[in-house]
Ligand binder design. Structure first.
Ligand code: PAN
Ligand code: ZN
Length: 194
């Protein structure tokens, strides 16, 4: 056998969104998202039950170039007050690394922003292939009533910078108003210091 990295395949179950083999699993509960939801009282209330918010199944490949990281996220339905369940969101540690999101199941929104405070969002339904361009932070939000499942692929060395979003927050938040997902300005958003 050559010294080259060997090709391999992973099986994705379209029903559950899970991978086989499972790879590296990341499970985030509400308690992992302190300070991220607008309604702090409702956040504290729901901490008693500490619901599962999302699961990420990562295929294990080296976190270096020229490899391609790939994974599936299962974002569960629910709300904290009026605000829909969402991922933490991040910039890539190597800021100019892009990413592709491919929606397999459920529905949601992909929120993106730059360090200059520019904001963009895309609706995600099964079949949507979204391009997260270089330098855009990204967060997903489940606006539906079933799990929102998407596949992602990104350069091996991208890494994740969560600190930026923990400090800044997102420009906008997605809340239910008159039974519809509605964007509102996030009063706690602070533009990044560059
Ligand atoms: C995705 C995300 C995944 C979970 O695979 O990592 O959806 O979101 P957070 O990482 O923000 O918790 C991705 O964008 N990877 O780069
Ligand atoms: Zn990413």
């Amino acid at each position: 056998m050559s010294t080259l990295f060997q090709p391999f395949a992973t099986q994705l179950d379209f029903e559950t969104g899970k991978l086989n083999p499972k790879g590296k699993v990341i499970i985030r509960h509400l308690s992992d998202m302190k300070g991220m939801y607008l309604d702090e009282g409702e956040f504290e209330n729901q901490l008693k039950k500490n619901p599962l918010i999302y699961e990420v199944y990562n295929v294990v490949v080296p976190e270096t170039m020229p490899h391609i990281q790939h994974c599936v996220t299962i974002l569960h339905p629910g709300k904290v007050g009026k605000e829909y369940f969402m991922t933490k969101g991040h910039y890539h540690e190597v800021l100019d690394r892009a990413e592709i999101y491919f929606c397999l199941k459920g529905k949601g929104e992909l929120l993106m922003q730059t360090k200059d405070g520019e904001f963009s969002s895309l609706e995600m339904v099964p079949g949507t292939v979204a391009y997260v361009a270089p330098e855009w932070a990204h967060r997903t939000v489940n606006t539906g009533e079933e799990p929102f499942v998407f596949f992602a692929a990104y350069p091996g060395d991208a890494g994740h910078d969560y600190g930026g979003i923990e400090t800044e927050g997102f420009v906008k938040a997605l809340v239910e108003q008159n039974d519809k997902p509605t964007y509102i300005e996030n009063p706690r958003y602070i533009q990044a210091v560059k």
